[in-house]
Each structure stands twice: as structure tokens, then as C-alpha cells.
Design a binder for this molecule. Structure first.
Ligand code: FAD
Length: 394
């Protein structure tokens, strides 16, 4: 049969360049060969072979792919988004690994780091030989990172520069237990600053958070900093204040605008396939009007999400995307993706609740995606503030 897939119906090919399409296809192939055959088992076991995967993804050039220099591919933002889409069609946990590596940990060093920090970490991170994590959230500071308690103080030294000593803890940190380097944000006398912390530093530990019901094919950890002593040049020199971590989050959030579409597309393809095979009341499930109404409505939301993502990609490539625009993209696309995943689950009936099909795995993953990188509510407040000029955060 030559029926179009849900996104084919929109005929969006002209909106994507040839090179971008080739990158997307490469990532799609990697997902089909290296992720899809194993991901249900990883999810079931609550584990991810992150080291092996990082090396494979590094080989294809997916880690920090939109950055330039240091072995990074320097692709368009749109190409990076399309890669996120295909990775998340595999699993949101795999996309999270890539987002945190490229858009949070690497981007923080690339944008705000010293030449020495970049030389030391970026080439190995882009190759997947070193894994990074990004520690902003704390047990008592999530949506309000300014209230963080982790503190870095200078320990005066004879040369007047002094080491840094870090104390505190971070929570819900993707890649934490497997990371070689952690970008940790902490209060200092000068405001919030970022620190490049090798994870073998004395006093650093990263216990893994277990018993998750979402993003199970992803490592999530606590970071404990107990008198972690770092040299004076461990601080990211180029930024002070909350704008440091927020600049990185805008990067990663942009990837989620696209990524969430991948999870939703995978669910919709699964529901379409299932409804075409399932006989019920003597006909195909796909032949019933209620089923078709669901499929039609979901396809329209998916296409609208894709149009929004491509538009935001072009704005970013033109260097004029705003944080509020990324917020509204993340808010809309993740909210629609999780609605699609849940609706697709109804089409699969009981079969939809197992790992034989990807839909409930995606739906459960999207619960995390709805919350991290700014919750839905926080993005509503960002968009609300852009519209009204009034901040309703506190
Ligand atoms: P809270 O901030 O306590 O929010 C609780 C509820 O209150 C939410 O519904 C929220 O929307 C709502 N709320 C907050 N403010 C307002 C307001 N002003 N008005 C009305 N309602 C409000 N963090 C990192 O730093 N690095 C990572 O790598 C990372 N990875 C993660 C991976 C996973 C799987 C998950 C689940 C989280 C991860 N996070 C990470 C943390 C994530 O960014 C936070 O969970 C998120 O910022 C929300 O913080 P919180 O969970 O403390 O919720």
C-alpha cells in the first residue's frame, strides 16, 4: 500500500533542505538498527548501555552536532532538531542522553568556558569518549533555580586566587552516575556561577535514582558535593548569574520542540498499523468512524506541531529566535505529544499497556519531558509574561 504516513500527508519536504533530510535519514537508520531492537528490554530493566551508545552516537556525529569546532559537526539548528526527532522516535531517554551531552554540558563549556576547558573536554565529549551531565536542579529548587543552596566558596591561597570548595546536592540529574564531567551551578559571593567538575574529584558522588516509572532507559541521579575542592580555573569564566544555566536550557528545550514530535509520530504509526490489523465486530478497527476521527485529529495536531518546530528552527537558524518562542514551542509540542500517546494507547486496547508496543513507553516518558526543561506551567507563565508584561511567577 502507498498510503502516506501521518506527516507525509503534509508534504513538508520542501521545508527541509537536502542535507538536513540526509542527516535525518541517517539518524533514523541508527535508531532502527541500534535502538529500536533493544529499547523495550532497556526500559524493562531500567538501564541504558550509555557508554557504548555514546560512542556509537559520537561516531555518527550526533553529540554537540550544532556546535562548531572541537570535532563538532556545525549543522543547522533545524538539522539538530530533526536528529532529536528521530532519536526520540526511538525513546525519549536516548534523546535525553544526547540533549544533555550536547545542549547542556557541552554547550555550557562551549559558550561560557575557557580555552583550556574547551580543549580538555569538548573533543572527547563530541566523540562520546567522555560523558557530561548538567546539575542545576536541587531537591528543594526546581522551577525556582535562584533558590538553590549549593554553594562554592573561595579558599584563600597565598597566590591570592584560591581554590573553590563546593558543598550541596543536585537532584534529577540525567547522566549523573555515568558522567566523567559535571557542569555544576552554585551560589557564590558574586552570584550563580558554573563549575566544571571532574566526577572523580574527592567528595563528589552520584547515586542513581531507581524505581522510576518514566524515562527508564535513561540514567537519572543525585549529585552530592561534600567539600569538593577545585582549582581556581574550574569556574566557567564567561558568565555570572542565572542567565548562564538558562542560556543552556533554551538550547536543550529547542531540541525537545522537535524531539517530542518523534515520540508522538511513533505512537501514531503504531496505532495506525494496529487499527489496520485488528478485526473487531467483523471489520477492521481502522474502518470505524470513531477510530478515524481519533487518527485524523491526532495527525492534524502532529502536523501543526511539525510546522511550528520547522518555523522555530528557521528562526533559530536566522539567529532571531526568542526564549518565549522556544517556551511556546516546548509547551505546545510536548503537551500535544503526550495527548497523542495516550489516545493511541486507547486504540491498542489492552495490547497498548505492554512493552510489545511503544505507545505507553512513550506516554510514560513524556511525563518527564512535560516536567523537565521547564514545566508546562512555567512555560505558560513565560508566554503569559510576554503577552501581558506582568510576571506571575511569584
Ligand atoms: P517544582 O518546581 O517543585 O514544581 C512542582 C509543580 O509546581 C509543577 O507542576 C510546576 O509546574 C508547578 N509550579 C512551579 N512554579 C509555579 C508557579 N510559579 N505557579 C504555578 N505553578 C508552579 N534537572 C537538571 O538540572 N539537570 C538534569 O539533567 C535534569 N534531568 C531530569 C530528568 C528527569 C527524568 C526529570 C524528571 C527531571 C530532570 N531535571 C533535571 C529536573 C527538572 O528540570 C525539574 O524536575 C523541573 O525543573 C521541575 O522542578 P521540580 O521537579 O522541583 O518541580
Amino acid at each position: 500500500t502507498n498510503r502516506p504516513g501521518p506527516l507525509d500527508l503534509f508534504d513538508l519536504d520542501d521545508l527541509v533542505g537536502e542535507e538536513e533530510r540526509a542527516i535525518q535519514q541517517t539518524v533514523r537508520d541508527v535508531v532502527e538498527q541500534q535502538i529500536r531492537p533493544h529499547v523495550a528490554q532497556w526500559y524493562d530493566e531500567g538501564s541504558l548501555p550509555a557508554r557504548e551508545l555514546a560512542l556509537e552516537l559520537g561516531k555518527v556525529g550526533l553529540l554537540g552536532m550544532h556546535l562548531t569546532g572541537y570535532g563538532c559537526a556545525g549543522t543547522s539548528a533545524t538539522a539538530y532538531g530533526l536528529a532529536c526527532l528521530e532519536l526520540e522516535a526511538g525513546d525519549s531517554g536516548v534523546r535525553s542522553l544526547v540533549s544533555v551531552q550536547g545542549s547542556l554540558a557541552m554547550y555550557a563549556i562551549w559558550k561560557h568556558g575557557s580555552a583550556e576547558q574547551k580543549d580538555e573536554w569538548l573533543p572527547r565529549m563530541s566523540a562520546g569518549e567522555a560523558i557530561g551531565c548538567f546539575g542545576l536542579t536541587e531537591p528543594d529548587a526546581g522551577s525556582d533555580p535562584a533558590s538553590m543552596r549549593t554553594r562554592a566558596r573561595r579558599d584563600p591561597a597565598p597566590d591570592g586566587r584560591g581554590d573553590w570548595v563546593l558543598n550541596g546536592s543536585k537532584m534529577w540529574i540525567t547522566n549523573g552516575s555515568i558522567a566523567d564531567v559535571a557542569v555544576v551551578w552554585a551560589q557564590t559571593d558574586e552570584g550563580i556561577r558554573g563549575f566544571v567538575v571532574p566526577t572523580d574529584s574527592a567528595g563528589f558522588s552520584a547515586p542513581e535514582i531507581k524505581r522510576k516509572l518514566s524515562l527508564r532507559a535513561s540514567v537519572t541521579s543525585e549529585l552530592v558535593l561534600d567539600d569538593v575542592r577545585l582549582p581556581a580555573d574550574a569556574v566557567l569564566p564567561e558568565v555570572t548569574g542565572l542567565k548562564g544555566p538558562l542560556s543552556c536550557l533554551t538550547e536543550a528545550r529547542f531540541g525537545i520542540v522537535f524531539g517530542s514530535i518523534g515520540a508522538a509520530r511513533d505512537c501514531l504509526e503504531s496505532a495506525l498499523r494496529y487499527s489496520g490489523e485488528r478485526d473487531i465486530f467483523g471489520r477492521k478497527l481502522a474502518a470505524f468512524q470513531l477510530t478515524q476521527a481519533k487518527l485524523a485529529d491526532m495527525t492534524i495536531e502532529l502536523g501543526k506541531a511539525m510546522l511550528l518546530a520547522l518555523h522555530l528552527g528557521r528562526l533559530k537558524d536566522a539567529g532571531r529566535i526568542t526564549a518565549a518562542q522556544v517556551s511556546l514551542g516546548k509547551l505546545n509540542n510536548v503537551r500535544e505529544a503526550i495527548a497523542i500517546a495516550r489516545e493511541c494507547r486507547t486504540i491498542l486496547g489492552a495490547a497498548g499497556i505492554t512493552l510489545e508496543h511503544p505507545v505507553l513507553r512513550h506516554a510514560n516518558n513524556l511525563e518527564s519531558v512535560l516536567t523537565y526543561e521547564g514545566t508546562t506551567e512555567v512555560h505558560q507563565l513565560v508566554v503569559g509574561q510576554a503577552l501581558t508584561g506582568e510576571s506571575a511567577f511569584r
